[in-house]
Design a protein around this ligand. Structure first.
Ligand code: PHE
Length: 339
């Protein structure tokens, strides 16, 4: 029995030392020390020994058991440490690796110019309002003194969505909505997209942007209109900018004007941007027609007002010397990254 114990001890020791992973060490533990293990089997044979042999043998078996347990736990700790080390090595982060550079987005040039314009008008006391892009005939034409058979409808080729529903051709529709909900004194701007079924070319797009302005109060005159627009032009184009008011026609303003500023490229000398004239047209404006005030329930004998509609796209293309308006809408990153 002693001999048998010795052999078990030796083979177990050898197995433990050669063992290479935690699962194998557990198998060894079960094989020798488990309920049906080899050492346990020897203990079970003790009954066949004499009373003198039994305690001697018992002690030997216990010692062997202790020794093996010790070896197993030692080996198992060793293996665990090794496994952790391997895992850490595999998960090492290479801090010298170049980082993924995220490109930062920027404002679209139209938004940059729009923000500047909003700043300018807000500093003059204007509120900023919004209006719907899908409008009714009523707001886009009828209330603006353009009845169904009016020839001025030809000035703006319209996308109709139904008999009375259309994509607004001008932000002027927002004038009416404003006067319906606010009472004078009114001082607002309404920026937004407008749509026209125009032929598309370098200066025309079926979608473009306007900023509508509206001021209504007692005693408002053409002088106020000129003062506000001159101040605006100087702030957006520089202090030396000259402004020219040309007589024009819009059904909803009387009198009406178109406003030119000295070309920002050649300062009025004449160049390709201004087609040699030295001037660039930037907006239409005028004194709000009495019919329009009346259609919104404002008494034209008490109140007067002026309105203007600025083309944001033209302002943007001239500021950044962009040769084709379509570039503003193509979302080509190579173009947009330049601003
Ligand atoms: N709505 C006009 C246009 O689109 C511009 C305008 C606005 C003119 C306000 C006068 C007053 O051409």
């Amino acid at each position: 029995m002693k001999q048998q114990l010795e052999t078990i001890k030796e083979t177990a020791k050898k197995a433990i030392l050669e063992c290479e992973n935690e699962r194998a060490i557990e198998e060894i533990r079960v094989k020798y020390l488990g309920k049906k293990g080899e050492l346990t089997a020897i203990l079970k044979q003790m009954g066949s020994l004499s009373a003198e042999e039994r305690p001697v043998m018992g002690q030997l078996v216990n010692e062997a058991k202790q020794k093996l347990e010790e070896l197993i736990s030692q080996k198992s700790n060793e293996l665990k440490a090794k496994a952790t080390e391997l895992k850490l090595k595999a998960e090492t982060v290479d801090i010298t690796m170049p980082a993924k550079v995220k490109k930062q987005g920027k404002l679209h040039p139209l938004n940059t110019v729009l923000n500047d314009m909003i700043d300018i008008f807000q500093s003059m006391g204007f509120d900023v309002l919004d209006g719907p892009e899908v409008e009714t005939d009523h707001y886009n034409f009828e209330c603006l003194n353009v009845p169904a058979d009016h020839p001025a409808r030809d000035m703006q080729d319209t996308f109709y969505l139904g008999e009375n529903l259309l994509l607004r051709t001008q932000t002027s529709a927002a004038q009416i909505r404003t006067m319906e909900t606010r009472k004078p004194p009114i001082r607002v701007i309404c920026p937004g997209r407008v749509f026209r079924a125009d032929e598309v070319d370098a200066t025309h797009s079926p979608v473009f942007h306007q900023i509508e302005g509206l001021v209504v109060d007692k005693g408002i005159t053409m002088c106020d209109l000129k003062g506000v627009l001159e101040q605006f032009a100087r702030e957006i184009y520089g202090p030396d900018t000259k402004v020219k008011f040309r007589p024009s026609f819009f059904p909803f303003t009387e009198p009406s004007v178109e406003v030119d500023v000295t070309c920002s490229k050649c300062s009025g000398g004449g160049c390709r941007v201004c087609k040699g004239s030295g001037w660039i047209e930037i907006l239409g404006a005028g004194m709000v027609h009495p019919n329009v005030l009346r259609s919104c329930g404002i008494d034209p004998d008490v109140y007067s007002g002026f309105a203007f509609g600025i083309g944001l796209d033209r302002l943007t293309t001239t500021r950044y010397k962009i040769s084709d308006i379509r570039l503003l809408f193509e979302n080509d990153k190579r173009f947009l990254e330049q601003f």
